[in-house]
Write a protein of this length. Sequence first.
Length: 574
Amino acid sequence: MYAPPFVRAFGIAVLAVLPSFSSPATAASLKSSGSSSSCRCFPGDACWPSPADWKAFNQSVGGRLIATVPLGSVCHGTTYDAARCADVKAAWPYADTHTDSSSSVLAPFFANQSCDPFLPRETPCVIGTYVQYAVNVSSVADIQKTLAFSQKKNLRLVVRNTGHDYFGKSTGAGGLGLWMHNLKTYDIHDYKSAAYTGKAVTMGAGIQAGESAATAFKQGLTIVSGICPTVGLAGGYTQGGGLGPLTTRYGLGADQVLEWHAVLANGSEITATPTKNSDLYWALTGGGGGTYAVVYSMTVKAHANEKTTGANLTFPNAGSEDVFFQGVQAFHDIIPAISDAGGTAVWTVLSKALSVGPVTGPNMTKATMDSIFQPVLQKLDALNITYSYSSGEFSSFYESNAAYDPPVVSNGLQIGGRLVKRSDFTGNPDGFIQAIRGIADQGGLVTGASYQLSSSLQHPPNSVNPELRKSLISFQIGVPWINTDWATDLHNQDLITNSFVPALAALLPSGGSAYLNQADFREPGWQQVFYGENYEKLLELKDVYDPNGVFWGRTTVGSERWAETEDKRLCRVS
Ligand SMILES: Cc1cc2nc3c(=O)[nH]c(=O)nc-3n(C[C@H](O)[C@H](O)[C@H](O)COP(=O)(O)OP(=O)(O)OC[C@H]3O[C@@H](n4cnc5c(N)ncnc54)[C@H](O)[C@@H]3O)c2cc1C
């Protein structure tokens, strides 16, 4: 499939005049752009593959090459279609719109207004920061051929699964994408190794959390995942750590991994387990997606369904703000008890309300859940705050989650993050309330995910940041994206980086750490903040498995050696 010429032409010609976003290195510190070999080849360069090259490559991958036609193309130029454009705009906030595309991403900032459906019709449709082409991967051979072609032609390679990444790691100007989304195999089987004996599932790299949960449930099984059904499991989620409703019960997503089946940058097909290629296993399991290899499938533990209680609580900020935040404090006070009882909670403080849910209690009765919440409800009654509380006991996590995990409308949240240990949180209750109140007052959303990782949870050594393991809460501080107001979006981005994240960091020793999947892409000192004590070893392994930097993404291990120039070309930093 090849794009209409206007899309390709504008994609190249107009790229340079698009609004730019900051990169970790200034243009001055980069080696010269143009077609310099220190930069990846870019559309318009002499080195860019000819139409005949693309045609031959397309044939070599069985016609699975997709030339990008941005979703917003129906809103511009000669392909404008009023009805379809209205449909695209209406669908834009829903994850499926982007996950089912070979190029679109959920974080609009990294689309850089390329062929933006919300821009006026007369604005040219440019491919811009979307990948130029993507291979709809169906086999290991597709991956190997794409890796070979991209390296032969010095192209920027982008591994993309669902496009959920908050850092824009699954898109890239002038990129050739490996689109993993349609690898949907799902094989439940018995597994035996030194580390684990029991049920397991081997899933293709395109399996999403909701698909996994539904299929496993029918077989009486539960698979660890996050709260969002559209996030992919084998990509950034598990490779980056993987928090979710079952974290306290079974450990992180990464802790479930028994085997990776992957392709290295040099094209070698490889299996990595705790005992075979164990250093690659270690790096892939927590060191961040899109860094060491292209994962074709992974094998993870499967747990038997068990009784699970779900709960939620909401109350508005309707009267005195002081009173509202006393209510929030009452909820904060029970967070350690939820973890101690084996549960997790997700909540968001907005300027107008507190919304708690899902609270998940695996192997917990409704009576236990209600007793944990009783002091909060009593306090809310005493404060005369009207609330809505609900809890329910189910025979499986799947059913509990279906009842208590609210639908996620996810497109376009800009975020920062901080991990908070129990002693820091319980030792300074007023400090956290004041910081959160200050953020909410300025229009920020403060989402918390609480959990507890006991040392009794067995897992092979992996590269998850130890700070993630030691924390009680992962805070995500967000500001909703406004599709029609880029200037305000940039202002909000500055608020996150310069005000919101520092407000939480100020409460933590040495400024604290953050979960590498849910944090600010402009985080200063991200190597330490995201990877902690593992960074040095992870960088050594990057040099072993990907010495030429074939895999690059903002804030991935070794990414500081490359940066984007003003025109978004990816170049080595001198
Ligand atoms: C709405 C929403 C809800 C979320 N909820 C949670 C949550 O509950 N818990 C949690 O821990 N995180 C959560 N996240 C964060 C999520 O885990 C990350 O965004 C993660 O990177 C998504 O992975 P993906 O593969 O689906 O996305 P993509 O954007 O496609 O990829 C993310 C990264 O993984 C790489 N990658 C993808 N596939 C492969 C592959 N096969 N091989 C090698 N590299 C690959 C990409 O190159 C990229 O670097 C959420 C994010 C969003 C937007």
